[in-house]
Structures are given as C-alpha cells and as structure tokens.
Design a protein around this ligand. Structure first.
Ligand SMILES: *[C@@H]1O[C@H](CO)[C@@H](O)[C@H](O)[C@H]1NC(C)=O
Ligand SMILES: *[C@@H]1O[C@H](CO)[C@@H](O)[C@H](O)[C@H]1NC(C)=O
Ligand SMILES: *[C@@H]1O[C@H](CO)[C@@H](O)[C@H](O)[C@H]1NC(C)=O
Length: 194
C-alpha cells in the first residue's frame, strides 16, 4: 500500500463510525503493518477524547491502565509536580501512579496522575514531563521475553536505533541515545495499584 494513502485513510478510520471501521478492518491491519513508528505517531492525536471511544478503544477493548512502572533497577518511575522525571524507592509515592493509555495499536501515552504531566522524550533522547501531549509522548510498548515491558519513543530514533525510557541504577533517566533494549534500566514491570 502506498504511503500517501495512509495519510488520508487513517484520519478517516479514526473519526468515522464503528461500522466503517469494521468494514475496513482488513485495511487497518494492512495499513499498520506498512507503517513505521514515526508514521503511526504522526497520525495519533492523543488529546482527542473522541478518538479513544471511536476507534482503537473498540479494537483493544478498553485502553487505560493505572499502574506503577517498576524498573528492573529497583526504582519506581515518578513525575513530580514540576514535571521532573526521576525514580523513587518509595512504593507508595503518589507521583509514581501513572495512567498508561493506548493511543494506537502498540503505542501508549503515559501520564502522571498526581502531577498531570505526560512522560515525553525529545529528539535528543531527553526524558521530560510535558503538560500538553504531543508526538514526544508516544511510546511503543513491548513485552519482552523476560516479561518486562520496554517503552521506546515512537517518534524519535538515534542513528536508526530506538531510544528507550530508562531509570539507571541511581534512579535517573539515561540519555535516549545511550539506551538499549537489553539494559536492565529499560525493563519495567507495570504494577497494579493496590
Ligand atoms: C487534537 O484534538 C483536539 C481535540 O479534538 C484538537 O483541538 C486539536 O486541534 C487536535 N490536534 C491536532 C494536531 O490535530
Ligand atoms: C496521596 O494522595 C492521598 C489521597 O489523595 C493523600 O491523602 C495523601 O496525602 C497523598 N500523599 C502524598 C505523599 O502526597
Ligand atoms: C531536549 O531537551 C534538552 C534538555 O531540556 C535540551 O537541552 C535539548 O536541546 C532538547 N533537544 C531538542 C531537539 O529539543
């Protein structure tokens, strides 16, 4: 399928009725297979509530999870009230409660419930908190073989390599270009809130 078709067909899919989507289900899977993460992210408008109820919500069967992300380096991901992203050791810290929202197949936006900031990664691979969600806030969520999840920027890569959300052994996010899928710092368990 040609790329130019995707740029107009996706917005239509996102905003039209369920029937339309069922009708075009086959086309969607084709379209998504053809798309790079960048293209996926470009077509995602994560501030539009309608999109969630009208499209992928339906396909995924519910798309918001409230979790803590516990890194394999033993830190909980936390976004403080000023939007600073850093780990905490405290299991009950309010700022580590995160809303993980599916915004497209395999792509999530992660928001601190208490701080109201989204996790975002800029082009330089810097992890920061963002008040208004844009493409920097879209991450590809993958369950790895060890049952940990990884989160790679859906928008930015460095020399063709993915850049991951990490917390190093000091609980600090690493520069995206230094991250690897294999690093313990990239491995997160999404823990249900008790
Ligand atoms: C995203 O959706 C919101 C709400 O529907 C709208 O106001 C905004 O202009 C949209 N942004 C883009 C980039 O399409
Ligand atoms: C966490 O939230 C609860 C309920 O909103 C509140 O009672 C508590 O004081 C908060 N704790 C911290 C550390 O902010
Ligand atoms: C990413 O964020 C860092 C820290 O705020 C900043 O120094 C850098 O210029 C930013 N990069 C881009 C491309 O915006």
């Amino acid at each position: 399928m040609h790329k130019w078709i995707l740029t107009w067909i996706l917005p239509i899919l996102l905003y039209r009725s369920y029937f339309y989507i069922i009708f075009l289900m086959g086309t969607i899977s084709l379209a998504c297979n053809d798309m790079t993460p960048e293209q996926m992210a470009t077509n995602v408008n994560c501030s539009s509530p309608e999109r969630h109820t009208r499209s992928y919500d339906y396909m995924e069967g519910g798309d918001v999870r409230v979790r803590r992300l516990f890194c394999r380096t033993q830190w909980y991901m936390r976004i403080d009230k000023r939007g600073k992203v850093k780990g905490t050791r405290e299991a009950n810290n309010n700022y580590s409660i995160l809303e993980i929202r599916t915004v497209a197949v395999g792509i999530v936006a992660i928001k601190g419930v208490e701080s109201d900031y989204f996790l975002a990664m800029n082009k330089s691979g810097r992890l920061y908190g963002k008040k208004v969600c844009n493409e920097d806030c879209n991450f590809i969520e993958l369950i790895e073989e060890n049952h940990y999840n990884t989160y790679a920027s859906a928008k930015w890569t460095h020399k063709g390599k993915e850049m991951f959300i990490t917390l190093n052994h000091k609980g600090v996010p690493m520069k995206g270009k230094k991250t690897k899928k294999e690093h313990r710092a990239s491995h997160f368990l999404p823990l249900a809130i008790s």
